[in-house]
Design a binder for this molecule. Structure first.
Ligand code: NAD
Length: 459
């Protein structure tokens, strides 16, 4: 395995060195081809996602294929302009000069993807890497096998292996890939594996983006429009079977409206998935037994006013609410990453802050409030990757917004132009004129010290 990986990487480094990926026309041609191949295979992609975890077709189109095609169109349309050197104002100290930022591809990139949006979270970084002129090895997740296979099939149609290759497999393959010296590593996955990746690439000081997870608070202020909040939360929390990195992890609700909120959630679950969500064609399953048992253990001994039903054969966990779990309980220990929603009430802002401060910086934070000063205060008080006021998850749709975490929820960001920038080194270039050479900086310095001080401070 090691030899195969080393040979593949060597072929990509050679291809990169030849300069082919530096041609913007080739990048655009490949991205256009990728778009048309995805469109041609949309049904097979959705079928693969359904086989992997019964992902409903609507959700697959919304969050995987159409999501990606829309981003591809944006990148294809703007790539020529993004890849041109950007002129910036020059420093008078360097007169005469003109100054530029060149966007330069890093070289050979490794992209490691998770299983939960297995198509989107593989193709979206690939798009950025290819747009910026890099070569790519993609390691998709071994837990969404059908989608990994269709990814491999599609990408093989579009790219020669020396430009982009898919290496399938589990942890040993991932470890073998990480032993190589890459020019850039883009990892999406859990915090513990993120730490393993960071450690593995540290000896080479490889630049990287880590897209990780966290416990995302969702705050319901007493001024919130409760029924609308419940509708939006039910959609964002139970989408993809609750397996969304930016889904609300737990609710913090003002104690005066807690009962109203729980009743509203109950009503919205029934409205979305019927009285028995197991029969709904719109509700996905848990990815595998390991995750099913991990989630089932969180329900033990807890009070569930809504849901709580499990079916191991079908890897089904009903949309579930847990009422006031202890902060020391299993469900409040780590990121839940499943269709379980703990509801904790607060009676004061300090009380609420104590709960949020119990956890590392989350990937997302949400506030439902009609009181703008409360929402603004929350936005300014906490550090988190990104979020929304009066909605959940939808911030991810705007290509102009960078998507990424902070602290333990990750570093770096992507989507739209941010993806192009993430996969480009920004090279600063000063082009000096030769028709004039101001002698000020040269020795002997003599009595030029006060003059240089004045000029430097001014410009
Ligand atoms: P994971 O960390 O278990 O696996 C992610 C990838 O890493 C897979 O390709 C896997 O094969 C590989 N991997 C696993 N163990 C490894 C090891 N020891 N060494 C090297 N590689 C290894 O994550 P997952 O279960 O696929 O995805 C769920 C997690 O990902 C959640 O924590 C979620 O919050 C996070 N996530 C984050 C984002 C984001 O954009 N920030 C998006 C989706 C998921």
């Amino acid at each position: 395995m090691h030899n195969k990986i080393s040979d593949l990487l060597a072929s990509q480094k050679f291809f990169f060195k030849e300069g082919k990926t530096k041609e913007v026309a080739l990048r655009i041609e490949k991205l256009k081809l990728l778009r048309s191949v995805i469109e041609e295979h949309e049904t097979e992609i959705c079928d693969a996602l359904f086989q992997d975890f019964k992902k409903p077709k609507f959700e697959s189109v919304l969050s995987e294929t159409a999501f990606i095609i829309s981003e591809l169109d944006h990148v294809i349309k703007n790539l020529k302009s993004w890849s041109k050197p950007k002129k910036v104002s020059s420093s008078l100290i360097n007169f005469p000069s003109s100054d530029y930022i060149y966007s330069e591809p890093y070289g050979a990139c490794l992209i490691i993807a998770p299983w939960n949006y297995p198509f989107q979270l593989a193709i979206s970084p690939i798009m950025g890497a290819v747009a910026a002129g890099n070569t790519v090895v993609l390691k998709p997740s071994e837990l969404a096998l059908n989608t990994s296979q269709i990814l491999a099939d599609i990408l093989e149609i579009v790219f020669p292996k020396e430009m982009l290759a898919v290496v399938q497999g589990g942890v040993p393959v991932s470890e073998a890939l990480l032993e190589e010296k890459w020019d850039y590593v883009f990892f999406t996955g859990s915090v513990p594996v993120g730490k393993i990746v960071a450690k593995a690439i540290a000896p080479h000081l490889t630049p990287s983006t880590l897209e990780l997870g966290g416990k995302n608070p969702c705050i319901i202020h007493k001024s919130a429009k409760v029924q609308l909040a419940a509708k939006r939360i039910v959609w964002g929390k139970f989408l993809n079977g609750g397996q969304t990195c930016i889904a609300p992890d737990y609710i913090l609700v003002d104690s005066s409206i807690k009962k109203e909120f729980i009743d509203a959630i109950q009503k919205e679950i029934v409205a979305a998935y019927g009285a028995n969500p197991k029969d709904s064609p719109d509700y996905a399953r848990i990815i595998n037994e390991k995750n099913f048992y991990r989630l089932a253990a969180m329900l033990e001994g807890e009070k569930c006013p809504i849901g709580g039903e499990l079916d191991k054969e079908q890897l089904y966990i009903a949309p579930t609410l847990i009422d006031e779990p202890a902060l020391t309980s299993k469900v409040m220990e780590d990121e839940i990453f499943g269709p379980i929603l703990p509801v904790l009430s607060f009676s004061s802002e300090e009380n609420m802050a104590n709960i949020i401060d119990n956890y590392s910086k989350p990937l997302a934070l949400y506030v439902f409030s009609e009181d703008k000063s409360f929402s603004e205060k929350i936005l300014k008080s906490y550090s988190f990757g990104g979020g929304a006021i009066n909605d959940v998850v939808i911030q991810v749709v705007n290509k102009n917004l960078p998507f990424g975490g902070v602290g333990s929820s990750g570093n770096g960001a992507y989507h739209g132009k941010h993806s192009f920038d993430t996969f480009s080194h920004k090279k600063s270039i000063t082009k000096r004129g030769t028709w004039l050479d101001v002698p000020l900086r040269y020795a002997p310095y003599g009595d030029k010290v006060s003059l240089i001080g004045k000029i430097m401070k001014k410009f």
